[in-house]
Design a protein around this ligand. Structure first.
Ligand code: FES
Ligand code: FES
Length: 221
Protein backbone atom coordinates (compact mmCIF):
# COMPACT_ATOMS: atom_id res chain seq x y z
CA UNK A 1 0.00 0.00 0.00
CA UNK A 2 1.14 3.54 -0.75
CA UNK A 3 2.05 6.02 1.94
CA UNK A 4 0.06 9.17 1.20
CA UNK A 5 1.63 12.58 0.91
CA UNK A 6 -0.82 14.77 2.81
CA UNK A 7 -0.09 18.32 1.72
CA UNK A 8 -0.69 20.21 4.96
CA UNK A 9 1.01 18.07 7.58
CA UNK A 10 1.36 19.71 10.97
CA UNK A 11 4.71 21.25 11.78
CA UNK A 12 7.16 19.21 13.83
CA UNK A 13 6.38 16.00 11.96
CA UNK A 14 8.74 13.25 13.12
CA UNK A 15 8.67 11.51 9.75
CA UNK A 16 9.81 14.67 7.97
CA UNK A 17 12.81 14.96 10.30
CA UNK A 18 13.80 11.34 9.87
CA UNK A 19 13.39 11.69 6.14
CA UNK A 20 15.69 14.70 6.09
CA UNK A 21 18.23 12.87 8.24
CA UNK A 22 18.26 9.94 5.81
CA UNK A 23 18.78 12.21 2.85
CA UNK A 24 21.41 14.08 4.79
CA UNK A 25 23.48 10.93 5.30
CA UNK A 26 23.46 10.18 1.60
CA UNK A 27 24.05 13.74 0.59
CA UNK A 28 27.13 14.23 2.79
CA UNK A 29 28.87 11.51 0.89
CA UNK A 30 27.83 12.96 -2.46
CA UNK A 31 27.60 16.73 -2.33
CA UNK A 32 28.71 19.02 0.51
CA UNK A 33 26.58 21.95 -0.65
CA UNK A 34 23.46 19.88 -0.67
CA UNK A 35 24.29 18.55 2.80
CA UNK A 36 24.61 22.12 4.12
CA UNK A 37 21.18 23.10 2.88
CA UNK A 38 19.73 19.95 4.43
CA UNK A 39 21.48 20.74 7.73
CA UNK A 40 19.88 24.20 7.66
CA UNK A 41 16.51 22.63 7.00
CA UNK A 42 17.08 20.22 9.92
CA UNK A 43 17.81 23.14 12.21
CA UNK A 44 14.54 24.71 11.15
CA UNK A 45 12.67 21.46 11.89
CA UNK A 46 14.37 21.24 15.31
CA UNK A 47 13.14 24.74 16.11
CA UNK A 48 9.56 23.77 15.32
CA UNK A 49 7.23 22.85 18.13
CA UNK A 50 7.22 19.17 19.09
CA UNK A 51 3.73 17.63 19.14
CA UNK A 52 2.49 15.57 22.12
CA UNK A 53 2.74 13.30 23.95
CA UNK A 54 -0.61 14.63 25.25
CA UNK A 55 -3.64 15.33 23.05
CA UNK A 56 -3.22 17.94 20.33
CA UNK A 57 -5.83 19.50 18.02
CA UNK A 58 -6.21 17.43 14.85
CA UNK A 59 -8.56 18.06 11.95
CA UNK A 60 -9.55 15.15 9.73
CA UNK A 61 -11.62 15.34 6.56
CA UNK A 62 -13.59 12.10 6.38
CA UNK A 63 -16.07 11.46 3.58
CA UNK A 64 -16.14 15.17 2.79
CA UNK A 65 -16.82 16.30 6.35
CA UNK A 66 -14.32 18.06 8.62
CA UNK A 67 -13.87 16.80 12.16
CA UNK A 68 -11.98 18.65 14.88
CA UNK A 69 -10.50 16.27 17.41
CA UNK A 70 -8.09 16.29 20.35
CA UNK A 71 -5.87 13.24 19.94
CA UNK A 72 -2.47 12.07 21.09
CA UNK A 73 -0.07 12.08 18.14
CA UNK A 74 0.41 8.31 18.55
CA UNK A 75 -3.25 7.58 17.62
CA UNK A 76 -3.58 5.77 14.31
CA UNK A 77 -6.03 6.85 11.66
CA UNK A 78 -7.88 3.56 12.21
CA UNK A 79 -8.32 4.21 15.93
CA UNK A 80 -9.33 7.81 15.26
CA UNK A 81 -12.03 6.62 12.86
CA UNK A 82 -13.31 3.76 14.98
CA UNK A 83 -12.91 5.11 18.52
CA UNK A 84 -13.37 8.85 18.10
CA UNK A 85 -15.56 9.28 15.01
CA UNK A 86 -17.78 6.23 15.42
CA UNK A 87 -16.88 5.20 11.87
CA UNK A 88 -16.47 1.44 12.25
CA UNK A 89 -16.56 0.39 8.59
CA UNK A 90 -12.79 -0.01 8.40
CA UNK A 91 -12.02 -3.12 10.43
CA UNK A 92 -9.24 -3.71 12.91
CA UNK A 93 -8.02 -7.26 12.33
CA UNK A 94 -4.22 -7.60 12.43
CA UNK A 95 -3.42 -3.97 13.40
CA UNK A 96 0.02 -4.41 11.83
CA UNK A 97 -0.33 -3.85 8.10
CA UNK A 98 -0.73 -7.41 6.92
CA UNK A 99 -4.42 -8.06 6.19
CA UNK A 100 -5.97 -4.99 4.54
CA UNK A 101 -9.22 -5.08 6.53
CA UNK A 102 -8.62 -1.46 7.58
CA UNK A 103 -8.13 -0.13 4.03
CA UNK A 104 -9.41 3.40 3.42
CA UNK A 105 -8.72 5.79 0.57
CA UNK A 106 -6.49 8.77 1.17
CA UNK A 107 -6.70 11.19 -1.72
CA UNK A 108 -8.09 8.30 -3.75
CA UNK A 109 -5.30 5.84 -2.94
CA UNK A 110 -5.79 2.73 -0.81
CA UNK A 111 -3.94 2.92 2.51
CA UNK A 112 -3.83 0.71 5.61
CA UNK A 113 -5.43 2.97 8.23
CA UNK A 114 -3.70 0.98 11.01
CA UNK A 115 -0.30 1.97 9.61
CA UNK A 116 -1.06 5.68 9.29
CA UNK A 117 -1.15 8.19 12.13
CA UNK A 118 -4.20 10.39 12.36
CA UNK A 119 -1.95 13.44 12.78
CA UNK A 120 -0.25 12.79 9.46
CA UNK A 121 -3.59 12.34 7.71
CA UNK A 122 -4.49 16.01 8.13
CA UNK A 123 -4.96 17.93 4.92
CA UNK A 124 -5.91 14.75 3.04
CA UNK A 125 -9.28 13.59 1.85
CA UNK A 126 -10.11 10.35 3.67
CA UNK A 127 -12.78 8.06 2.24
CA UNK A 128 -14.16 5.11 4.18
CA UNK A 129 -16.50 2.31 3.14
CA UNK A 130 -19.40 4.26 4.67
CA UNK A 131 -19.19 6.69 1.74
CA UNK A 132 -19.88 4.06 -0.95
CA UNK A 133 -23.64 3.69 -0.51
CA UNK A 134 -25.98 6.61 -1.17
CA UNK A 135 -28.61 6.28 1.54
CA UNK A 136 -30.08 2.81 1.11
CA UNK A 137 -28.68 2.47 -2.40
CA UNK A 138 -25.54 0.36 -2.50
CA UNK A 139 -22.75 1.20 -4.91
CA UNK A 140 -22.33 -1.07 -7.94
CA UNK A 141 -19.35 -2.81 -6.37
CA UNK A 142 -21.22 -3.46 -3.10
CA UNK A 143 -24.17 -4.84 -5.03
CA UNK A 144 -21.88 -7.11 -7.05
CA UNK A 145 -20.31 -8.50 -3.87
CA UNK A 146 -23.79 -9.52 -2.69
CA UNK A 147 -24.83 -10.96 -6.05
CA UNK A 148 -21.63 -12.97 -6.38
CA UNK A 149 -21.68 -14.09 -2.74
CA UNK A 150 -18.21 -12.60 -2.30
CA UNK A 151 -18.22 -12.55 1.48
CA UNK A 152 -18.63 -14.93 4.38
CA UNK A 153 -17.77 -13.44 7.80
CA UNK A 154 -17.37 -10.03 6.13
CA UNK A 155 -14.38 -8.80 8.10
CA UNK A 156 -12.21 -8.42 5.01
CA UNK A 157 -15.02 -7.00 2.86
CA UNK A 158 -14.70 -3.24 3.56
CA UNK A 159 -11.00 -3.43 2.71
CA UNK A 160 -11.61 -5.28 -0.56
CA UNK A 161 -14.36 -2.81 -1.47
CA UNK A 162 -12.04 0.15 -0.98
CA UNK A 163 -9.17 -1.40 -2.93
CA UNK A 164 -11.60 -2.31 -5.72
CA UNK A 165 -13.15 1.16 -5.71
CA UNK A 166 -9.73 2.77 -6.09
CA UNK A 167 -8.86 0.37 -8.91
CA UNK A 168 -12.07 1.01 -10.85
CA UNK A 169 -11.68 4.75 -10.45
CA UNK A 170 -8.26 4.74 -12.08
CA UNK A 171 -8.89 1.80 -14.43
CA UNK A 172 -12.55 1.22 -15.34
CA UNK A 173 -11.81 -1.92 -17.42
CA UNK A 174 -9.23 -3.91 -15.47
CA UNK A 175 -7.99 -7.36 -16.37
CA UNK A 176 -8.14 -10.23 -13.90
CA UNK A 177 -4.45 -9.70 -13.21
CA UNK A 178 -5.06 -5.98 -12.54
CA UNK A 179 -7.65 -6.97 -9.94
CA UNK A 180 -5.32 -9.52 -8.34
CA UNK A 181 -2.59 -6.90 -8.18
CA UNK A 182 -4.90 -4.18 -6.76
CA UNK A 183 -6.14 -6.55 -4.05
CA UNK A 184 -2.76 -8.10 -3.28
CA UNK A 185 -2.74 -6.29 0.07
CA UNK A 186 -6.13 -7.68 1.10
CA UNK A 187 -6.47 -11.10 2.68
CA UNK A 188 -9.64 -13.14 3.08
CA UNK A 189 -9.31 -15.89 5.65
CA UNK A 190 -12.68 -17.34 4.60
CA UNK A 191 -11.38 -18.01 1.10
CA UNK A 192 -13.65 -15.78 -0.98
CA UNK A 193 -10.89 -14.54 -3.31
CA UNK A 194 -12.30 -16.14 -6.50
CA UNK A 195 -15.72 -14.62 -5.85
CA UNK A 196 -14.24 -11.23 -5.01
CA UNK A 197 -12.39 -11.32 -8.33
CA UNK A 198 -15.61 -12.19 -10.11
CA UNK A 199 -17.57 -9.42 -8.37
CA UNK A 200 -15.01 -6.76 -9.27
CA UNK A 201 -14.82 -7.85 -12.92
CA UNK A 202 -18.61 -8.00 -13.09
CA UNK A 203 -18.83 -4.42 -11.81
CA UNK A 204 -16.43 -3.35 -14.56
CA UNK A 205 -18.45 -5.20 -17.19
CA UNK A 206 -15.43 -7.36 -18.02
CA UNK A 207 -16.21 -10.79 -19.40
CA UNK A 208 -15.58 -13.60 -16.94
CA UNK A 209 -14.43 -16.85 -18.45
CA UNK A 210 -14.09 -20.15 -16.67
CA UNK A 211 -10.35 -19.67 -16.82
CA UNK A 212 -10.61 -16.31 -14.99
CA UNK A 213 -12.20 -17.96 -11.99
CA UNK A 214 -9.63 -20.69 -11.61
CA UNK A 215 -7.18 -20.05 -8.80
CA UNK A 216 -3.79 -20.20 -10.41
CA UNK A 217 -1.91 -22.52 -8.10
CA UNK A 218 1.29 -21.73 -9.97
CA UNK A 219 0.94 -18.12 -8.74
CA UNK A 220 0.58 -19.25 -5.15
CA UNK A 221 3.63 -21.55 -5.17
S1 FES B 1 -5.87 -4.17 10.41
FE1 FES B 1 -4.67 -2.89 9.15
S2 FES B 1 -3.71 -4.22 7.76
FE2 FES B 1 -4.76 -5.55 9.15
S1 FES C 1 -15.15 -13.10 4.34
FE1 FES C 1 -14.24 -13.72 6.22
S2 FES C 1 -12.23 -12.96 6.08
FE2 FES C 1 -13.07 -12.58 4.14
Amino acid sequence: MNKPDCSSKPSGSVSRRNFLKTIGTTAVAGAAAQAESIAAELQKVDAEKIQGPGPVPITLTVNGKKHDLELEPRVTLLDALRNFLNSTGAKEVCDRGTCGACTVLIDGKPVYACMQLAIESQGCSITTVEALAQGNRLSKIQQAFIEEDALMCGYCTPGFLMSATALLQRQPKPTADDVRHACAGNVCRCGTHPRVLKAILKTAGVEITQKTEVIRYADLA
